[in-house]
Design a protein around this ligand. Structure first.
Ligand code: PHE
Length: 340
């Protein structure tokens, strides 16, 4: 019992408070009817006469200590809650609201995801440090494709089979390898290319790719999906056009352009005076890509598309220098506070 008393003594001496509740907790724990001190007094009754002599004194001292501490804590709390009127200067301007806001690229990313989710697309993720197979070979890139050159792709020095993904198409391969169709997903993420940094290019940027593989998926589905996306993203008056193009992993392939929102089709620097800006690459998934992932191209077909989040954001908010996105200048970032 003496040990218990010693332990409680230390506990009481070291008790700290900063709120009114703390003092009530103290009272309940130590000095109320159901508190530990009363419990000890009950235990005390059962001790032998000799022990009572030794323990009694310590127990009484503990009780006095608890009561003194309670008084001290109450006084302390009371004096700290009484701030003198002169300490508050009512003429000072209020502390301004410093809540942050989402980065413009995230605002756009969320918006794109929301549009495709409504069309039944799920969101998939994958690694940024990727092997050659998932970034190139499985996507039907020939051995000597220029993207595989050191000048275009960042390779990992210690293991040249590993690289920083150049697009999020690696996630398409990973999805098809592990999942049977139907597959309907979008893949947002950061990608890397060895480019000199300028207003129009950066060594990293963000993409959102999409993949839909099932029985009887056709080019009309691709067109309608992206048509719908453009209207949802930029409003119903937007014009969209498909231009024939080439990607090793899609056949046929098309580049997707929309009316330039900077000049509204009149011609400006951003659209190189054509009135149109490219927003995405797309096409029907090449049969070789399906085969590489163990999907029978006789049974299934699919479409894929990929867009740059920076480009979509540029058209949405009129940002015309890519570098602004990663310079972390608060004057730029805080302008997007209200736009969600
Ligand atoms: N992966 C392509 C790129 O990064 C975009 C794309 C995706 C094109 C899917 C067609 C189909 O440029």
């Amino acid at each position: 019992m003496l040990e218990k008393i010693k332990y409680l003594e230390n506990e009481i001496k070291g008790y700290l408070i900063d709120k009114t509740q703390d003092i009530e907790t103290f009272r309940l724990k130590y000095i109320s009817k159901k508190g530990v001190l009363n419990e000890l007094f009950d235990e005390f009754k059962a001790e032998s006469v000799e022990d009572k002599k030794i323990i009694g004194k310590s127990l009484n001292e503990l009780k006095q200590l608890a009561e003194a501490k309670f008084k001290e804590l109450s006084e302390k709390l009371e004096s700290s809650s009484q701030t003198s009127p002169s300490a508050i200067d009512l003429s000072l301007p209020p502390v301004s609201d410093k809540t942050g806001n989402l980065h413009p690229l995230n605002l756009t990313r969320y918006k794109i995801i929301e549009i495709f989710e409504r069309l039944g697309f799920s969101v998939a993720d994958g690694p940024e440090i990727e092997d050659d197979w998932h970034n190139f070979s499985a996507l039907n890139f020939p051995e000597n494709h220029p993207a595989r050159e050191m000048q275009d792709t960042f390779f990992v020095e210690k293991n040249p089979d590993m690289l920083l993904r150049t697009h999020t198409s690696n996630v398409q391969i990973r999805l098809m390898e592990k999942q049977k169709p139907p597959i309907r997903s979008i893949m947002p993420g950061r990608v890397y290319r060895n480019e000199a940094i300028s207003a129009r290019a950066h060594c990293f940027f963000h993409q959102i790719e999409g993949l839909y593989v099932d029985k009887n998926v056709g080019f009309a589905d691709l067109k309608q999906t992206l048509f719908n996306f453009a209207k949802e993203m930029y409003g119903k008056d937007i014009e969209i056009r498909f231009r024939p193009s080439f990607f090793p992993f899609t056949e046929p392939s098309a580049e997707i352009d929309i009316t330039c929102l900077i000049c509204h089709g009149k011609g400006c620097n951003v659209c190189k005076h054509s009135g149109w800006v490219e927003i995405a690459g797309s096409g029907m998934v090449h049969p070789n890509v399906l085969k590489n992932c163990g999907i029978d191209p006789e049974e299934y077909t699919g479409f894929a598309f990929g867009m740059g989040v920076e480009r979509v954001t540029q058209l949405r908010y009129g940002v015309n220098d890519l570098r602004l996105y990663s310079e972390n200048d608060v004057r730029f970032l805080k302008q997007f506070k209200a736009v969600i």
